[in-house]
Write a protein that binds this ligand. Structure first.
Ligand code: GLN
Length: 480
């Protein structure tokens, strides 16, 4: 069905794919899956169409990071994520549109144009809305029913925020549980692969397939405590109820930018949990206010180093002017060639971030910026630890251990594509998602209801202790 829809070209309107696998290859993949069904050897994702964000390498399929720099790059290897999906019989139908190099919150900064939120036409004003970002294409193609599930990457909110804007589930697991091999790096210490789906059960199945230690390829990949996260999630569903859980509400997330409708939804969910017998306590995450500035220093610092490889020689776009300059030998000519390649290959936002990161790491600034941001990162991580350990619930003298924190995913719902937010307002979008990346804790955005004002989706975010991803799935399913 999804292929039929795509064949008709309706996806073009949303601009959610950068590359679609050709129909001939898809047809033969479907045939192969049908054969496996017929002879009873089907795998867990046999014949299921899945889309991958265009920053995961796919052997023989273009992988562009939505950048002119990589517009013709065809990798010779599969990312671990792509390989694990294919091994289970999934059909990778295409690569999704995104913000250039995953830098952004709106999927409007890429070389291939903006992703349009599928809810735009159902919204009250029928204006074109953003799908969120940076994994906007992956969120949009699930919301529009082109695929049952898709893969995104989340460095500071890039799965959860578009999930909220498009009304789907977006799950970012604990840092290190899914291999980053073949995920083209933005900020390696924060980049986290994760999934989009329509419901929590599907997210759990995908995580079960993707959570696997990959020591040969990714030095930050860890061995996770669950033998099978899906089994453990299903066990929670069988044996536990909402009465066994304690939910924490961080007042520090009550920012002035928060939309009234989202605040009301947050309050209603708290009331509903209490009415169903769950316990809710106020908690404090006091360093939240420093998360945004320190994130933008750390992420851009890492990016400035990671993106150095795109010089037009090892990887990336080669400026046409460069042929003559190479003849000038390895002096000025070479430098000018790097300069031309990078000036032409990178877009504005990426250049801005490389400059900021280079400044933050420079000898005169590193102590004032990069090192201070690292210290703040440790304090943010400590905040979460205290809440989950039960040593940081100011109004509760019993010092109760919190299982799951509930917050809004983003201060607002999807905004208009042409709203031309200034960079500061754009960065504020991530204020609620960034702390989880800084601490490496799992967090998820779940769709809850439609905005009365605009008829577009509203979502909330749930966060749990590091490596309690199974419990987080359970809590999300309860709240949804
Ligand atoms: N919006 C954030 C940024 O631009 C997060 C992006 C992401 O998670 N990839 O850095």
């Amino acid at each position: 069905e999804s292929l039929l829809k795509i064949n008709k070209g309706s996806h073009n309107r949303l601009n959610c794919f950068i590359t679609l696998e050709d129909m001939h290859t898809l047809d033969s993949a479907i045939k192969h899956s049908q054969d496996r069904y017929n002879n009873g050897t089907e795998r867990r994702l046999e014949g299921i169409p899945i889309a991958l964000k265009d920053n995961y390498t796919t052997k023989g399929i273009k992988t562009t990071c939505a950048s002119k720099m990589l517009k013709d790059y065809v990798p010779t290897f599969d990312s671990t994520v792509a390989k694990l999906l294919k091994d289970e019989g999934a059909i990778i139908i295409g690569k999704t549109n995104m913000d250039e190099f995953a830098m952004g919150s709106s999927s409007t900064s890429g070389y291939f144009g903006s992703v349009v939120n599928p809810w735009s036409e159902k919204s009250k004003e029928k204006k074109e809305l953003v799908a969120g970002g940076s994994s906007g294409g992956s969120a949009a193609c699930v919301a529009a029913d082109y695929v049952l599930a898709s893969i995104g990457s989340d460095t500071g909110g890039s799965i959860r925020q578009p999930a909220a804007y498009c009304g789907v589930v977006g799950f970012k697991p604990s840092y290190g549980t899914i291999s980053r091999y073949g995920l083209i790096s933005y900020a390696s210490s924060l980049d986290t692969p994760g999934v989009f789906s329509k419901n929590v059960d599907d997210a759990s199945l995908l995580l079960d397939i993707l959570i696997k230690q990959d020591m040969d390829h990714d030095a930050t990949s860890i061995s996770s405590p669950f033998k099978s996260i899906d089994e453990s999630y299903q066990n929670y569903k069988k044996n536990k109820s909402i009465k066994d859980l304690v939910f924490g509400i961080p007042m520090d997330y009550l920012v002035k930018e928060l939309d009234q409708e989202i605040l009301d939804l947050w309050k209603k969910v708290v009331d509903d949990i209490e009415a169903a017998g769950g316990k809710v306590v106020p908690v404090s995450l006091p360093h939240t206010k420093y998360a945004l500035p320190s994130y933008y220093l750390l992420a851009t610092s890492e990016a400035s180093s990671n993106l150095a490889r795109f010089d037009g020689i090892r990887f990336g776009h080669r400026a046409s002017s460069s042929t003559n300059q190479a003849d000038e030998g390895w002096g000025q000519g070479l430098k000018q060639m790097y300069k031309d390649n990078r000036t032409e290959g990178f877009g504005e936002e990426v250049k801005k971030r490389i400059l900021l990161g280079t400044m933050a790491l420079s000898r005169g600034s590193i102590d004032n910026y990069y090192s201070k941001a690292q210290k703040i990162r440790r304090l943010i991580s400590q905040d979460f630890k205290s809440v989950f350990k039960g040593t940081n619930t100011p109004q509760d003298p019993t010092q109760i251990k919190v299982d799951v924190i509930i917050t809004p995913t983003s201060p607002t719902g999807a905004f208009e594509i042409d709203s031309h937010l200034d960079p500061i307002n754009m960065y504020i979008n991530d204020i609620m998602t960034i702390p989880s990346n800084m601490a490496g804790v799992p967090s998820v955005s779940i769709p809850l209801k439609l905005s009365k004002k605009n008829n577009t989706p509203l979502g909330l975010q749930l966060i749990s202790k590091r490596l309690n991803d199974d419990l987080l799935l359970f809590a999300s399913d309860l709240v949804m």
